[in-house]
Design a protein around this ligand. Sequence first.
Ligand code: TYD
Ligand code: MG
Length: 475
Amino acid sequence: MARAQPRYVCQDCGTVHAKWVGKCEGCGAWNTLVEEASQEAPPKGLGGKLGKTRSIDFVALRGTMEPPPRRISGIAEFDRACGGGLVAGSALLVGGDPGIGKSTLLLQVVAALAQGRGKDKDRLSCAYISGEEAIDQVRMRAVRLAVDGAPVDLAAATSVRDIVASLDRVDGPDIVVIDSIQTMYLDTLDSAPGTVSQVRAAAQELIRLAKRRGFTLILVGHVTKEGVIAGPRVLEHMVDTVLYFEGERGHQFRILRAVKNRFGPTDEIGVFEMTDSGLSEVPNPSALFLAERNAKISGAAVFAGMEGTRPVLVEIQALVAPSPPGTPRRAVVGWDGNRLAMIMAVLDARCGLAIGANDIYLNVAGGLRVSEPAADLAVAAALISALTEQPVPADTVVFGEIGLSGEVRAVSQTEARLKEAAKLGFAGALTPPRRGSKAARDGAIKLREIAHLRDLLVLFDAAPRKGAATPKQLA
Ligand code: TYD
Ligand code: MG
């Protein structure tokens, strides 16, 4: 038999190399190659001889099935982001920047599960394994969060071999938190904890055990500078659910966002506020995001957005300032810089509003990250409002996607957006043209359809003009 050739596989993207190199030729990542025994050694196939086999049973697509039972923590914002609670035997990854509050959140969650604060009042047996903090540190946090009375089993450990050995028993826990997966190591591998191969191997062992023993495994993963969890693709593929915990460090709002969920909808969010005694739930995020709004100032528009199935109103703020000679500055927080560039180009090319020579700052108030194209129209409204120094019509929400010719396109879930706006006391909405006959809606909200960006300019008295427009010229 031919000797198996060693091969080196990038743990990030899976590219196979014949020789070890520092930098993966596939994805350019450094130090991600790991030697794996070649599986291709005996490529013999079955050769027509089947030998002893067992036939597999096929079943109909339709059949009786039970929805997986959920483990409800009673922290509604967390349960919602998980798609309605945790599933037994599943693995969940909670990613986020260091210091954003992952350990705080999960300690609160396991405490709630252990105390049976969910609606079924089931007290689950929970284990919290910290590889980052000493027992005393976790205890101190528990006191601060006022959950030190919860019957949670606490351990400080990093050896996956020891952890697996301790959890592999019939009366093992229902929920296991590993904080964080980057600190775990398997002694069978040479590489250091936190490397992709270690993270992957450790996660694999733990996930396998979770499936076998039926506990819910929650892995904490730190996000790297580039904004991805170390070994992202490997980990994201291996787990059933991926939640990202996001927020601006200086802000108290935190958003838990489902980016993958085998048991529920994605893009579902849970909103929290970081307080002195831990994370508290924000059941009505729109009210909170708009709390500090001053409707009379120019350069701000309220966007009626959707986060998963949930409508969320946020304020989009823009500042347009004459730029000193040189390249104008662009600073965007909470939105996509490329989309801002596109909207500015459309304003320039299709509406004759030369905004590009100015410094532009765009901010989504409250620390939310908006990724919907539906925010285009609100961004445009904020920009025009800033440039013309005229406020957006009072008590009006804005949404609509902008196409490259300046047309405003329909977006999904219009009704839900309008309903949320009405609930928060808004009286009007700038919306894309509505197909069909529902245009005249005699609801609480007066709709103003914007078919093209030019129609938006008219609202601001900023007639399209050629040449550079500075705030002074337009005023
Ligand atoms: P932590 O949960 O340790 O973050 P992570 O596990 O994601 O690294 O949160 C740390 C931050 O949260 C720290 O800056 C202090 C702050 N914090 C509060 O504001 N209130 C609290 O009750 C707690 C426990 C932490
Ligand atoms: Mg932590």
